[in-house]
Design a protein around this ligand. Structure first.
Ligand SMILES: [Zn+2]
Length: 119
């Protein structure tokens, strides 16, 4: 079954717009989840972990969930084992129009929602 997502304040399922239904549990759950993610972005960024495969090159990825509930990831290959700082300053955009950037802050890699994209 297709997952319910929010794009530009509207519900979609499998690319089809779904009308808002008061008391619809699935819609409420999606909204609550989006609110929780949005709150983390407001409070100085969503803390993320770097996943990497230590071989001859490091394939490093950072995955997180956009407010619209789509999963996004930063990906890079490097020969350095200092993988945390590689993502510092990298940006990624979601299909829903929101843009994010990764930042190394207080010994933790966080993903920030770009302020410009909120309006
Ligand atoms: Zn999105």
């Amino acid at each position: 079954m297709e997952k319910l997502t929010i794009v530009d304040g509207k519900f979609y399922k499998g690319g089809i717009a779904i009308p808002v239904e008061f008391g619809n549990k699935e819609q409420i759950d999606v909204l609550n989840k989006a609110a929780k993610i949005a709150e983390a972005f407001k409070k100085g960024g969503l803390a993320v972990e770097v996943d990497y495969l230590p071989e001859t090159t490091y394939e490093a990825t950072v995955s997180f969930q956009c407010i619209c509930s789509k999963y996004l990831s930063f990906y890079t290959e490097t020969d350095s084992d200092d993988v945390d700082h590689i993502f510092d300053g990298k940006e990624i955009g979601c299909k829903c129009g929101l843009r994010y950037s990764a930042k190394w802050k207080e010994n933790q890699l966080v993903v920030l929602l770009n302020q410009k994209s909120i309006n």
